[in-house]
Write a protein that binds this ligand. Structure first.
Ligand code: ATP
Ligand code: MG
Ligand code: MG
Ligand code: MG
Length: 559
């Protein structure tokens, strides 16, 4: 591309409303322009970087047998009602009406649409596994759109969905995608780390986020240097409270620790009120009441809970938690765990032995076991783990670093296939719900993340694979100098190398500054003085290394 003809509005000054480096540099380098809050245009230079990333993503996903398609961004609200997310997704969902007052939304993600597609088409286990993906514009009405394309309201995402016949198949599909993501981010030249993650509004069981390590990151990653544990702090905090597994659960007993003698203290002490999805569940094991912390709304509703004496939603402030306990059990005054035990015993006595109380008054579940049907931990266990500080695998002290979430993979299981009745016929001809996974990459965000990791005070230092242009020919002069530059330009183009020719009638200073800003990995300066010696000057943007190359050897050296 000739810079004299390119639509490349670079800026000398840093725009005032840009806080983080990638946002500043993307504006200054003429990669993006803002249309409205969280809404950006990708200019030719920016879009080239996006396209490079998309190519890498497609290659790696295609290698794993995934197939590209394109789903509509405009989605009927009725479909979201079917999955239950029309309400659950909350205000982040961009909602609109058509002229007939029918409700729609602009897709923030596509689990509903893809499930709707396959439920009508996939009939037999023979058609599985299946993995479909798209690269598309997503819409999310973020509370705080910021940092340029790192958190937009309209952004580009690659989303993939896998369909399997069973859990084993899902695990394989998940691993394939996990591996593909490692390949993608490695090829992009990014320093990244896959970490255990919470599943948020998408739902499901296991999940990993892919974090690009950078100070501008909004997420905090905790990791252990002694073992392989790494997690989003959000999850590590929740997990360290829910550590007891099935067999252990049966032996758990409430231990009255002197430090925490009331539920209220417990809530304050562990800062539980801040964790919306956690509920304190008081229930019974072997005649003993146990305080369990259960994560996730659906876990409570979907699994059959047993022997539940009470469930306190910790979304409430500590004060309200206390009041709620009060009204449910008729407590007065501060609640000691001992007292809870007594009242709990009484409550159980009132219930028939075979019936378990659920998380709503007058609702009961049958044939369920705590520990088997949900995870539990006791007050004693909670005390032992310093929330988010100790590794839950080996107990060593965790380290923290900041990360930008560039991708996330989820084992969805049957959440959407059950809700939308997407079934297939198994080997015995019996209908079964499809077992799903979903896998996202923030395409536009990844480009910004790459810049966060690769820049200096002068501009971007593109990793080779993402660079919009790999070589910039910086021409200082006209006549013979320009002729030589033109010759290189043609040669490089013939070799299939993306090359930018700075043929503008600008001062040398302007050209050098723009070259640093735009950040092509290889800069070749063609000036009269070195050309008289039959040479041109090469500078590598990543390392700053400079050397001269004979004109005759140019192509060989550049490649
Ligand atoms: P975040 O925690 O940053 O809000 P998310 O967990 O809500 O992200 P996912 O639903 O996992 O996002 O979507 C898949 C990917 O899409 C994310 O890993 C991220 O890279 C990208 N992404 C999500 N929201 C945005 C946004 N507002 N702007 C740009 N990219 C985004
Ligand atoms: Mg989000
Ligand atoms: Mg997230
Ligand atoms: Mg996510």
């Amino acid at each position: 591309m000739r810079m004299s003809q390119m639509y490349l509005p670079t800026l000398k000054e840093t725009p005032a409303d840009a806080e983080v480096t990638s946002h500043k540099l993307m504006l200054r380098a003429g990669m993006i322009r803002k249309l409205g809050s969280g809404i950006y245009t990708y200019l030719p230079l920016g879009y080239k970087a996006i396209s490079n990333l998309e190519e890498i993503i497609k290659e790696e996903l295609n290698k794993k047998g995934a197939q590209e398609l394109l789903l509509p961004a405009l989605q009927p609200a009725s479909l979201w009602e079917e999955s239950g997310r029309l309400e659950n997704y909350g205000p982040e969902l961009m909602r609109l009406e058509d002229r007939h007052a029918r409700e729609f939304c602009l897709g923030p993600t596509h689990e509903e649409v893809i499930t709707d597609l396959v439920r009508d088409e996939v009939r037999s286990y023979k058609e599985l596994p299946l993995n479909l993906y798209q690269i598309q514009t997503k819409y999310r009405d973020e509370v705080r759109p910021r940092f340029g394309v790192l958190r937009g309201r309209e952004f580009i995402m690659k989303d993939a969905y896998s369909f399997d016949a069973d859990e084993k198949g899902l695990n394989e599909s998940y691993q394939q995608m996990y591996d593909a993501y490692c390949n993608i981010f490695s090829r992009c030249g990014l320093e990244y780390r896959p970490v255990l993650a919470d599943t948020g509004t998408i739902g499901g069981d296991d999940s990993h986020e892919f974090m690009v390590l950078a100070d501008a990151g909004e997420d905090i990653v905790v990791y252990c240097e002694e073992c392989d544990y790494a997690a989003n702090l959000e999850l590590a905090t929740a997990d360290s409270k829910v550590i007891a597994q099935d067999e252990e659960a049966k032996e758990l007993k409430v231990v009255d620790t002197p430090e925490v003698s009331t539920i209220e203290d417990l809530v304050t002490e562990l800062d539980l009120a801040a964790h919306k999805m956690i509920k304190a569940v008081l229930y019974q094991v072997d005649e003993e009441p146990v305080l369990a912390l259960v994560r996730g709304d659906y876990e409570i509703n979907e699994v059959k809970l047993g022997n539940i004496l009470d469930v306190v939603n910790l979304e409430l402030a500590a004060e309200e938690v206390y009041q709620k306990l009060d009204t449910v059990k008729g407590f007065t005054g501060p609640v000691k765990l001992e007292e809870i035990k007594i009242v709990a015993d009484e409550l159980v006595m009132e219930m028939s032995n075979a019936v378990s109380g659920a998380n709503k008054l007058d609702q009961h579940y049958l044939n369920v076991n705590p520990g088997r049907d949900f995870k539990v931990t006791t007050v004693a266990d909670i005390r032992e783990v310093k929330v988010g500080e100790d590794c839950i695998q080996c107990g060593s002290q965790l380290k923290q670093t900041r990360g930008i979430e560039v991708g996330q993979v989820f084992k969805l299981g049957t959440k959407y296939s059950k809700a939308l009745e997407a079934t297939f016929l198994d080997q015995n001809g019996k209908p079964q719900p499809l077992v799903m996974g979903c896998y996202g990459i923030g395409v536009s965000r990844t480009i910004a993340a790459a810049i966060e990791q690769n820049h200096d005070e002068y501009g971007i230092k593109w990793p080779k694979a993402l660079a919009p242009y790999n070589v910039e020919l910086l021409v200082l002069g006209s006549g013979e100098v320009m002729e030589q530059a033109e010759e290189f330009y043609q040669q490089l183009k013939e070799e299939g190398i993306e090359v930018l020719l700075d043929d503008r009638a600008e001062r040398a200073g302007v050209k050098f500054n723009d070259a640093d800003l735009i950040g092509a990995p290889i800069r070749v300066t063609i000036g009269a003085r070195s050309l008289a010696d039959g040479k041109v000057e090469v500078k590598l943007r990543q390392t700053g290394e400079e050397f001269k190359v004979e004109v005759e050897e140019f192509l060989a050296k550049i490649e």
